[in-house]
Design a binder for this molecule. Structure first.
Ligand SMILES: Cc1ncc(COP(=O)(O)O)c(C=O)c1O
Length: 463
């Protein structure tokens, strides 16, 4: 490294460290952070992100700086009510005190693990998860994200299936429009062509069936059987999140369970988005009373303070990893900071009945949004979802963009789906207050009125 660049790097890192340490910034410092941020994104992160933000908002240079509860603030102090919920992270809101304290307490004596001695917090968290997850799910493997949890779950399913069907190629069945992450294995079972096409060939042996259609699963397994192709598992979300809050029929999972058992394959429930109370129950699978063989989680598991992912399986399934516990590993998985955060998150979730809050507040929001859909039926086609996982489907994508832009300018964060802006997702923290919900609804009403006026003048910008 050149001396000149080393000096520059020292100055730049010192500047960032000093900024982090400051509780109050002057107006000049605030503007300098905004300018630095835009330049750094343009030159060193991805200029495409700036272009995307410009299309969502004229205020695209908004730089986040502080958050608490259900709100975040940009560096100039502009307040946003968070109805995006970090795409499912913020069930407990931002910086929940129980989680922050757990992490601070842990940090005071150890941050990461030795990788050799046994780590007690991993043990406590595994025990806790065995207590609170459906059925006989018992053994946990911790990782750092949702996609990793699904990678591990599918590898475990293949290990389990190979016990019975040694040396066979083993496939997976997944659902169209499902989303399980963007690493190769998880992408291979995700059902959106746009994300898949540039990366073919993906993991082989994946078959797709329509979501919510148990008979289609049965039929596909019959076809696989007829052509001598063995399937290890069916991977599915309890409610499809990225696809826009798609809730399956009530009898879907009981039927799926029976079909998986009859064909001798595992059921993997991807609870990365639906877990930790999002749907009004602690786990999305609780709505059907069906226990999967493997369940994956992530997002809100770390209490929105430290990232953590996990897959948990029954003893019978997990025991295939006893013989060689290092057949699947990750350096940071189950580290003390992450497990401390998850223990704090689970404690707060149970103590404050976060699933119950999500159920009540989600029902309120959904009923009020349905009223708005009645008033603005030329714009808003359908409101669906469960708990605080709500999808608003507009008549077209341009309307969705205009609504998300209008809400942003009115201080409400809301998410498109990874698919497009035809459906916007409302995923506030379960701790959102009544006043905040009413403010969001008022601002949405005003936004829809504005979008209707633009549309009638033919001034909606196409995307
Ligand atoms: C159901 C589901 N599974 C997996 C993932 C991937 O999680 P991550 O982005 O942490 O890898 C997501 C992310 O949105 C998800 O919604």
């Amino acid at each position: 490294m050149q001396d000149k660049l080393k000096d520059e790097a020292l100055r730049e890192s010192r500047k960032a460290l000093d900024l982090m340490a400051k509780s109050v910034l002057t107006a000049t410092e605030q503007q300098a952070v905004v300018d630095d941020c835009v330049t750094n994104f343009d030159r060193y992160v991805n200029p495409g992100i700036l272009e995307y933000r410009k299309s969502v908002s004229s205020d695209y240079t908004s730089v986040e700086w502080r958050d608490e509860g259900s709100v975040c603030y940009d560096i100039h102090g502009k307040k946003f009510i968070d109805c995006l919920g970090g795409f499912g992270i913020y069930m407990l809101g931002h910086r929940h005190p129980t989680v922050v304290k757990a992490v601070r307490d842990q940090l005071e004596h150890q941050a990461l693990h030795s990788q050799e001695l046994l780590d007690p917090m991993r043990g406590y968290l595994s025990h806790l998860l065995a207590m609170v997850t459906p059925g006989d799910l018992q053994y946990s493997f911790f990782c750092n994200s949702g996609t990793e949890a699904n990678e591990g779950a599918m590898k475990l399913a293949k290990l389990w299936a190979r016990r019975k069907k040694a040396n066979h190629t083993l496939g997976m069945i997944a659902t169209t429009r499902g989303f399980h992450g963007k690493s190769f294995g998880s992408l291979s079972v995700s059902g959106k062509g746009e994300f898949r096409e540039p990366f073919y060939p993906l993991m082989s042996g994946v078959r797709f069936v329509p979501y919510g259609d148990a008979e289609a699963l049965d039929k596909q397994l019959g076809i696989c059987d007829a052509v001598g192709f063995d399937i290890a598992a069916f991977i599915v979300e309890p409610v499809q999140g990225e696809a826009g809050a798609i809730v399956p029929p009530d009898d879907y999972f009981p039927k799926v369970r029976e079909i998986c058992d009859r064909w001798g394959i595992l059921l993997i429930a991807d609870e990365v988005q639906t877990g930790m109370g999002r749907t009004g129950k602690l786990w999305g699978m609780e709505h059907s009373g069906v226990a999967p063989d493997i369940m994956t989680m992530g997002k809100a598991l770390g209490g929105a303070v430290i990232p953590i992912g996990n897959f948990i399986a029954t003893e019978e399934v997990f025991s295939t990893m006893y013989e060689n516990p290092y057949i699947h590993t990750t350096t940071f998985g189950g580290n003390p900071m992450a497990t401390a955060a998850a223990i704090g998150a689970l404690h707060a979730t149970l103590e404050e009945d976060i699933p119950g809050q999500a159920a009540v507040k989600g029902a309120y929001l959904k009923s009020k949004l349905s009223e708005l859909a009645g008033v603005y039926d030329d714009l808003l086609e359908e409101v669906r979802g469960v708990g605080v996982l709500i999808g608003m489907q507009f008549r077209n994508s341009d309307i969705g963009y205009a609504v998300s832009r209008g809400l942003f300018s009115r201080g409400v964060l809301i998410g498109g789906t990874l698919f497009n802006s035809l459906t916007l997702r409302m995923q506030p923290p379960a701790v959102i207050t009544q006043k905040q919900m009413d403010q969001v609804l008022e601002r949405l009403d005003a936004t829809l009125a504005g979008v209707r006026a633009l549309a009638s003048q033919g001034e909606l910008v196409a995307h």
